[in-house]
Design a protein around this ligand. Sequence first.
Ligand SMILES: [Ca+2]
Ligand SMILES: [Ca+2]
Ligand SMILES: [Ca+2]
Length: 122
Amino acid sequence: MKKLAAAGIALVTSFSMLTVSPAEAAMASRNLITFWEHDDYQGARKDITCSTQQRDDLGALENQASSMANASYSGVDLYSGDNLTGVRYYAAPRSNDGDFTNNGFDNTVESLWFRKVPCDVG
Ligand SMILES: [Ca+2]
Ligand SMILES: [Ca+2]
Ligand SMILES: [Ca+2]
């Protein structure tokens, strides 16, 4: 009987983890901003840390990101072009956006700037 009870607890634990959304899970990291290929935190994912203020390495998500979660305690300026050029979108500290379309920023970001480094403390 003890074994059964333990299995029950394990089941409940794994089930409750499934209710955490991708955006909520990303917000636990604190030192990065996360981008997703599609709206609502779906598709390919890319984490960008604040190891330096300027980051240009969106990789496969360059000009493909459609949603984001900024888990860091830094505001992050997102730019439509390489090397902090073009149109800017401001991601507030500890914020997320499930759809860039209403910001005119869908499939657009190529470079970004962390306003505060280190970015994992408030
Ligand atoms: Ca996209
Ligand atoms: Ca672009
Ligand atoms: Ca939006």
